[in-house]
Design a protein around this ligand. Sequence first.
Ligand SMILES: *Cc1c(COP(=O)(O)O)cnc(C)c1O
Length: 384
Amino acid sequence: MTSPDLISPVHEAPHAASAPPIFQTASFLFDSYAQIADVFAGRSDRLVYSRGDNPTVSELEGLIARLEGTEAARGFSSGMAAICGAVLPFVEAGDRIVAVEHLYSDAYRLFETVLRRFGVETVYVDGTDTQAVIDALPGAKLLYLESPTSWTFRLQNLQPIAAQARRHGVLSVIDNSWATPVFQRPAELGIDLVVHAASKYLSGHSDTLAGLVAGPKELIARIDGEATHLYGGRMSPMDAFLVLRGMRTLELRMRAHMQSGLAVARALAVDPRVTAVHHPGLSHPAPKELSGFGGLFAFDLAESVDAERFCDALRVVRLGVSWGGPESLVVPGQAACGLAGAANSFRRFGVSPRTVRLAVGLEPVEALLGDLAHALERAEAVAA
Ligand SMILES: *Cc1c(COP(=O)(O)O)cnc(C)c1O
């Protein structure tokens, strides 16, 4: 089942089309000098140019705002463009950002390279230590959360953290790509801006790059004044259409990812060739912010299992970055730790080379369990 919210269009489509039209246009025409002058003077909200607003993109922005429970949203050309849009307009030289450890590796690189070069310092805190996060807030400009975190899948206690951020005048931003609004609505817990890598679960078909930021009108207007118009990494109408199409099955897919993900995580947790499973759904008591779980998690291979042999023995699960599509994918931590560059979050926060990240897709769960068991067997037999 899927809620009508996800199925019916936000706006009435021309000709009562049941799917949203793709307004594949760069600009919009005016009938008169008076009309264009009115727009430039801010007296009219007619559409002008798709780097500002485009009806297909607006349709998706309306939908994500409704699902996240925010007043407004803006679409970007990728999750990283959305992160830039949610962070850069709000900081200046001399400011301090507080971020959680184990955040998405390219967000870390953004903070440690570009922002540092422009005089913005980022400090990192253990997000599972609520008091440590709160203690770091006084004097900070922005708090950057990701719950769960990448690779380690650690949660933050969002409500008290959001309340304290507000008390100290710190703008709170969260990457909600993993849970999606189906399982977690951070704005309802007091978080200011919610970021999505829509390339993942929201689009859901591994066929597009897109990003979104949802939040109150006033903050979205500040993002608009800078990120959408001046950085220019705006979502295209075609990508907005693809994300809209994916979102029609978002709830169905999320439930399937959750069920299969939990089944695979539980099987790995009792396998002697696996020493740890990092999945928020296996912790007790169940986390209260989340009403369900994404299918992306990680596990640690025992010393006796060769990571390279394991990856090469997989047949159903494929090797590849990204996640959120129908196909199951693994990324070996051993390879990710080798990522070139000084700003390396894997080395900084200590992801184990024995960790493997697994995105559980939509294949029959028996096929995945069989494939993983077979690969573990092959990798251990050779290592022994
Ligand atoms: C992939 C990812 C991003 C970046 O999204 P892109 O669309 O690839 O730019 C941001 N956050 C998380 C948690 C991700 O996994």
